[in-house]
Design a protein around this ligand. Structure first.
Ligand code: AMP
Length: 209
């Protein structure tokens, strides 16, 4: 099944995609994660992307679309995928419908105040990719449960201006995706204000509808 997960930053897209990826045996493809991996490896794509990601701005469409198109060619994504963070605007939406039309679009609904609170309290493990926040606290403060490495705040989560800009960009662009997927009959709205398991259950039910 080809699924797109949408929602404001902090709504739990990454966490829910990771759970769902295990449940449905689908690859979790997060454009934010792909950019962060390229930035960490210091390659050309990472260098080009970094000037935008650090400020909370969208990376230009041609860069992100080529990156996603390349990723979707991989064997593991032939029969389905869970896309997280893409599409983010009308051009990306059109490109995705051209490359590999989606069958389900889940919208995690959360108000901005709760989202900002979650972002401020969120840390992640650079190695395991586990995200810690209100719903999952590390056993030892600042240390990853799985690998014991120190946790970090994402660069763009530390800067209030960058957070506000990301939310503004989200609200200005999301409507076109919601209206398109609604028209296509594949939009599933899920209340994302609950705990990880509760929301996970609601997502599973929504995509089985
Ligand atoms: P995320 O982890 O989804 O919040 O993404 C982190 C950052 O990566 C964003 O603030 C953007 O700078 C960049 N990014 C991720 N996905 C996209 C996309 N679909 N289009 C443009 N930029 C993106």
């Amino acid at each position: 099944m080809k699924i797109v997960m949408m929602g404001v930053q902090g709504s739990g897209k990454g966490t829910q995609c990771k759970l769902l990826a295990g449940e449905l045996k689908l690859p979790h493809i997060s454009t934010g994660d792909l950019f962060r991996a390229n930035i960490t490896s210091g390659n050309e794509l990472g260098k080009r992307a970094r000037q935008y990601t650090d400020r909370g701005q969208l990376v230009p469409d041609e860069i992100v679309i080529d990156m996603v198109a390349e990723r979707l060619k991989a064997d593991d994504a032939k029969d389905g995928f869970l896309l997280d963070g893409f599409p983010r605007n009308a051009i990306q939406l059109a490109a995705l419908e051209y490359i590999s039309p989606v069958e389900q679009a889940v919208l995690l609904e959360l108000d901005d105040a709760t989202a900002i609170g979650r972002l401020a309290g969120r840390t992640e493990c650079g190695k395991c990719g586990i995200i810690y926040g209100a719903n999952r606290r590390p056993r030892a403060e600042g240390i990853c449960d799985e690998c014991g490495r120190p946790l970090r705040h994402r660069v763009d989560d530390k800067d209030v201006k960058a957070i506000k800009l990301r939310l503004e960009v989200y609200h200005s662009e999301i409507d076109v995706m919601v209206r398109y997927y609604q028209w296509k009959g594949v939009l599933r709205r899920v209340d994302a204000s609950g705990g990880v398991e509760e929301v996970g259950q609601a997502v599973l039910e929504a995509i089985k509808e």
